[in-house]
Write a protein that binds this ligand. Structure first.
Ligand code: HEM
Ligand code: SF4
Length: 552
């Protein structure tokens, strides 16, 4: 894990002091709303339906146990005892009082955290695979590169006022678990002919009003050129991106307008001025960043004992949890554990202070003091010995974070919707709860197998609904809340956008409609076929028919 040096720490501390002064001046009436607005947004502070909302960056989803405890302290002391993990690996606090924000930021700075660039038209938090560094299928560890990008992009003067926000995701594995194809830039680590590390570069992905799957603009970028090439892409965007229309300002619109080839050619032109320049990464720079992410001493705590196999055989509930909520590890005898933040009755992605504290304790006790946040809004303990899984499972169950539903229908990705967000067209949290209640039979859920259900409260698509196998979008019809359903979307290397099945539904009908869709799948699936594969094979017509009737 990266540790701040003196310069990092000073920068963050100075920002806290600066923002304290700005907040005090605003509260004293010396700054108007309009004057204060850009200042607060630079520090991740929105004004939402009920209260300010503070978005804190979790760089590439990595947390030390002490940082999670600090987040718990913030939730407990200055909020209502919980926080909300987002699809971009940030955490949001929904109820802090404005005058306390400087104190919150000071508390976060103490543990090397901040809210800088979590809002505004700048490069946002760089995201990655929640299993980075421990996944068995990894080509190379993306984390040092995420950290390099973080340092390059944080307070970069040239890219502080881009046409629109800018999101970068990096994946180090063949299976894309970082949703790189729906980011402004997606970086997929690949190996060159001589085994050297490089990146396949995708641009122009993004969800929101105009959802687009990103396209490749460079098949192989040698790693040392990462920053000069990113500089070139951002410069082209900064120069040609539209500033006259907010809805056409994202890089995806520019790439479409120029065509991918045209855009790539412009980037190459720009890159010619930068290649091999001062931002070229030297071997020693790369080694410097890599050292922060060296493996913990796995050998000191060997992972396997006979007990684990015995427990698996004896305890079905435990076996089920291991099957769904844990994942193979690159080191034999270890597994990564996904703590489910999707228990029925708790909004997806929400975590209470005591759950944060418990998870931090488990990270210390059963791991090496580290945790991850996934873009599916769950929390991960990356390094747990198989020998410790049974004990951890029991503790996680007591804390309410062991629902064995990872990757299943009830592991819903969901934005806060109309309960908190002032942009929402409809609520999403109660819909998620109604679905979780309607499908609470674990045997049925496990029989259905992998299904991603994603939901957003408006077309901004914070809940990634376009790439859910089942997507739900809240829409407004004459002041009433309705829900539109898409099918067949998926994330990953074969990312695609779902198709709308037809007219939207009243809220009360949503669980029943989902039930009909699932029944079509159950009836039509071939042996071992996943939901999304069946949708792909049979098309959306049978689903439509079942939901709207043949006459529709
Ligand atoms: C309540 C405060 C929030 C506000 C005001 C807000 C606002 C927005 C807006 C305006 C967009 C559309 C931007 C565009 O397409 O140019 C957007 C997109 C997005 N937001 Fe949020 N959001 C909020 C919370 C969240 C939460 C809670 C999540 C995750 C659960 C999230 C994750 C995202 C993601 C992933 C996108 C996708 C669009 C893209 O960039 O491709 N946001 N948000
Ligand atoms: S999708 Fe819409 S309702 Fe949901 S958080 Fe984003 S802006 Fe708010």
């Amino acid at each position: 894990m990266y540790r701040y040096n003196d310069i990092d720490q000073r920068m963050v501390d100075e920002r806290v002091a600066q923002f304290r002064d700005q907040t005090e001046r605003f509260l004293a009436g010396e700054l108007s709303d309009e004057e204060f607005r850009p200042l607060r947004l630079m520090n991740g502070l929105y004004i939402q339906r009920h209260a300010p909302m503070l978005r804190v960056a979790i760089p590439y989803g990595h947390l030390r146990s002490g940082q999670l405890r600090a987040l718990a302290a913030v939730a407990r002391r200055w909020d209502r005892g919980y926080g909300h993990f987002t699809t971009r690996q940030n955490i949001q606090f929904n109820w802090p009082a404005l005058e306390t924000i400087p104190d919150i930021l000071a508390e976060l700075a103490r543990v090397e955290m901040h809210a800088i660039q979590t809002s505004g038209n700048c490069v946002r938090n760089t995201t990655t695979d929640a299993f980075a560094g421990v996944a068995a299928d990894e080509l190379a560890d993306p984390r040092p590169w995420c950290e390099i990008i973080r340092q390059w992009s944080t307070l970069h003067p040239e890219f502080a006022y881009l046409p629109r926000k800018f999101k970068i995701a990096v994946s180090g594995s063949l299976e894309d678990r970082a949703a790189t194809r729906v980011h402004d830039i997606g970086l997929q680590m690949v190996r060159g002919n001589a085994g050297e590390t490089g990146f396949r570069v995708l641009v122009g992905g993004g969800l929101g009003r105009t959802p687009v799957i990103g396209e490749v603009i460079r098949e192989f970028l040698p790693a040392r050129h990462l920053l000069t090439y990113l500089d070139a892409v951002l410069r082209v965007y900064n120069r040609y991106g539209r500033r006259d229309n907010k809805y056409k300002a994202r890089i995806k619109i520019l790439v479409k307008a120029m065509t991918v080839e045209g855009f790539a050619a412009k980037v190459d032109e720009e890159w010619r001025h930068l290649i091999d320049g001062p931002s070229t990464l030297r071997d020693e720079d790369i080694a410097h960043f890599a050292q922060f992410f060296e493996d913990p001493d796995y050998a000191a705590r060997p992972g396997r004992t006979g007990d684990f196999a015995l427990r698996l055989a004896e305890d079905r509930a435990f076996a089920r949890w291991v099957e769904r909520n844990t994942r193979g590890h690159k080191v034999a005898g270890y597994r990564s554990v996904v703590l489910s933040l999707k228990s029925t009755g708790s909004p997806p992605g929400d975590i209470r202070a005591e759950q944060m504290e418990a998870a931090a304790d488990w990270a210390d006790r059963f791991g090496f003091g580290e945790l991850r946040v996934s873009h599916e809004q769950n929390l991960i303990l990356p390094d747990v010995r198989e020998a410790d899984l049974y004990e951890l499972w029991q503790l996680a169950r007591e804390a309410g974070v062991a629902t064995p539903n990872i990757g299943l229908l009830t592991d819903i990705i969901c934005c806060p919707g109309g309960d908190f967000c002032s942009l929402a067209n409809a609520k999403s949290i109660p819909v998620a709860e109604a679905i979780q209640r309607a499908f609470d039979d674990m045997d049925y859920l496990h029989d259905l197998g992998d299904i991603e259900l994603n939901m957003s409260g408006c077309m901004n698509a914070c809940g990634h609904h376009h790439i859910g196998n089942i997507g739900i979008l809240g829409v407004d019809k004459n002041g009433e809340e309705w829900y539109q359903i898409t099918l067949g979307g998926q994330q990953g290397e074969a990312a695609r956008l779902g198709k709308v099945i037809g007219p939207s539904f009243a809220r009360a009908r949503v669980p029943e409609v989902i039930g009909r869709i699932l029944q079509v799948y159950v009836d039509a699936r071939a042996q071992g076929e996943r939901f999304v594969e069946t949708v792909e094979r049979v098309g959306i017509a049978p689903f439509k028919e079942s939901v709207y009737g043949a006459h529709h």
